[in-house]
Design a protein around this ligand. Structure first.
Ligand code: DCP
Ligand code: MG
Length: 363
């Protein structure tokens, strides 16, 4: 058996809002909302900790946030700046280990098992990473340190903002036993409700179930829940260099055949893939759409294009071509998936548009 791993999960505090407060001192110490305007139909991307005291949170309609805190300052996101900061912190992570897996612009796993920094102390490395982030970007991050991804991610959230929490292998199982199931990564509202209906409220409750019984309730995810309830998670930290594809899929509680709903779900998947692809500063040439029907039959349709795709919009353009090549809508759909593969680093590619920049009139 391999030795105990050392995993760090880093997550920036109130990321977009913290960047705005850094760049505009007049926003500091104030409730600040980044996202849609208060009089629009937009939503809150994130908000400062001062705004959270009023009950404002991510994904809430901006109009609602405005009612909760009429004197809050609303600003539009500046994605270019967030991307730049993201690149800075990711470069910094790579000074400690090659095994860095970014999850979004503000979040990444680091596997420091083989690191020789700080005599291999993951806690000291995490402390140092936080110090460097602060020094280089004037922003704070929270870190979770543990022996797997599941616990490291939970740990980083325990003492936000500017937190550093360690969950040792000795503490892991007891910690998970007390954990509400809603805090398990991958347990959404629907699964949580399902678990509640069966009297499963904490890791300890979950642990009383045999794997076979969990499988009857939760299918493929059962194994993950079974192991997670015991503080076990063997998923490796996957760095970009070995990653072959980035995808996202979703299974529905009840099968759907309404085209508009199908497209809406695909749009969400495309956005999630695009975010992940962008966080890793990648793009991809092959888009695959997966559709599983109510009879569990599954089809995939792929398109490969010359110019690498990255944004949700670019992904959707391909999906719109592929979707009519499936029976989605005519038949009920139980699962949809969007995957981008043939990954490439777009900064190393030259596109005609970019070449134009250098093709100006000779002087
Ligand atoms: N984000 C978004 N829409 C969401 C959630 C997040 O646009 N529904 C963006 C804005 C956040 C960034 O992603 O700043 C990071 O998301 P986090 O969930 O890590 O939230 P924050 O970093 O803002 O706050 P926290 O301190 O809780 O991590
Ligand atoms: Mg964050």
């Amino acid at each position: 058996m391999a030795g105990i791993r050392k995993i760090i999960h880093i997550d920036m505090d109130a990321f977009y809002a913290a960047v705005e407060q850094r760049d505009f001192p007049e926003y500091r110490g104030k409730p600040l909302v980044v996202g849609g305007r208060p009089n629009s139909r937009g939503v809150v991307a994130t908000c400062s900790y001062e705004a959270r005291k009023f009950g404002i949170h991510s994904a809430m309609p901006s109009a609602h946030a405005h009612r909760l805190c009429p004197h809050a300052i609303f600003v539009q996101p500046r994605f270019d700046v967030y991307r730049r900061v993201s690149r800075e912190i990711q470069a910094l992570f790579r000074e400690y280990t090659e095994t860095v897996e970014p999850l979004s612009l503000d979040e990444a796993y680091l596997d420091v098992s083989a690191s020789t920094h700080h005599s291999g102390s993951a806690t000291l490395i995490a402390k140092d990473v936080k110090r460097r982030i602060q020094a280089d970007t004037q922003l704070t991050a929270s870190a979770g340190v543990s022996y797997n991804k599941f616990l490291a991610k939970i740990a980083s959230d325990l003492d936000k903002p500017d937190g550093l929490t360690l969950i040792t292998p000795e503490e892991g199982p007891d910690f998970v036993a007390r954990l509400p199931v809603g805090k398990f990564h991958g347990v959404g509202r629907a699964t949580e409700k399902r678990m509640f209906e069966h009297g499963i409220r904490t890791g300890a409750d979950l642990r009383e179930w045999a794997l076979a019984d969990l499988q009857k309730l939760f299918g493929k995810s059962a194994g993950y829940y079974f192991r997670a309830a015991r503080g076990v998670d063997e998923r490796p930290v996957v760095s970009d260099r070995v990653r072959k594809s980035i995808g996202s899929e979703t299974t529905f509680q009840s099968d759907i055949d309404d085209m508009e709903t199908i497209l809406l779900h695909i749009q969400r998947l495309a956005e999630s893939v695009a975010e992940s692809v962008e966080a890793r500063q990648l793009a991809g040439r092959t888009l695959t759409l997966k559709v599983k029907f109510d009879d569990f039959r599954q089809v995939t349709r792929s398109a490969t294009v010359e110019r690498p795709l990255q944004s949700a919009q670019e992904l959707m353009a391909q999906v719109r071509r592929l979707l009519p090549r499936t029976e989605a809508g005519a038949r009920k759909v139980r699962l949809l998936g969007v995957t981008l593969s043939n990954l490439t680093d777009p900064s190393k590619e030259a596109y005609p548009e970019q070449l134009d920049l250098f093709d100006g009139p000779a002087t």
